[in-house]
Design a protein around this ligand. Structure first.
Ligand code: F6R
Ligand code: ZN
Length: 188
């Protein structure tokens, strides 16, 4: 039976996403442009392990999401539905402090689930999911999903998640995207 050392795969990620790879992911476009001007930091890496494919098989991925913000919004992953919509996923927090933002495809209802060490979070099928680092250290987690789950980034890229997670008064707050944008540029 194959086994993988998590710190070894963390050091050999299969995917690296920099800030420039995330256009449209953050709500505050002005803050995004300003952050890009100041550099193009690495936002997260994903090390996917795909031992076998086919019915009944599982894949898993180690995600490492850096601490940081664009404007008031915490660093986040792009976010996706599974291409196979019914496929669920289990997340396990390993290090750091963050949350999973879930959005039901049918109802549009959002939920923020803690993603912290030794805690398991369940992502049901038909649910868009995005990871958010609300802490000061790297957020490290495992996602375990059916081998046939796939990723559909298009649907969320078009309209983005309805809610944002922003820093307010030193804490992390879930807020409606439109209200957040209005608070940035209040009408005179
Ligand atoms: C796999 C999964 C995670 C994410 C990872 C990066 O189904 O949910 O492994 O792929 O957190 O996020 P995305 O893929 O949205 O860039
Ligand atoms: Zn997923």
């Amino acid at each position: 039976m194959d086994s993988w050392n998590l710190s070894a795969i963390e050091n050999a990620p299969s995917l690296r996403r920099h800030l420039s790879d995330l256009p449209g992911a953050f709500a505050d476009q002005r803050a995004y442009a300003a952050a890009l001007k100041a550099g193009d930091p690495l936002v997260y890496t994903v090390s996917a392990i795909e031992p076998a494919s086919g019915e009944g098989q599982l894949h898993y991925a180690l995600g490492v999401l850096m601490p940081g913000k664009v404007g008031a919004e915490f660093f986040l992953t792009r976010g996706h539905f599974h291409a196979w919509r019914a496929a669920a996923e289990v997340y396990v927090g390993l290090r750091g402090e963050g949350s999973l933002l879930l959005e039901d495809e049918q109802t549009g209802a959002s939920r923020l689930v803690p993603l912290v060490p030794n805690q398991v979070a369940y992502v049901p099928g038909h649910t868009a999911h995005r990871t958010i680092n609300t802490g000061r250290e790297r957020l490290v987690y495992l996602g375990i999903y059916p081998a046939g789950a796939g990723h559909d980034y298009g649907a969320m890229a078009e309209r983005n998640f309805r809610q944002v997670v922003v820093e307010q008064g030193g804490g992390a707050v879930l807020m409606d995207r439109v209200s957040f944008l209005k608070s940035l540029h209040p009408k005179p």
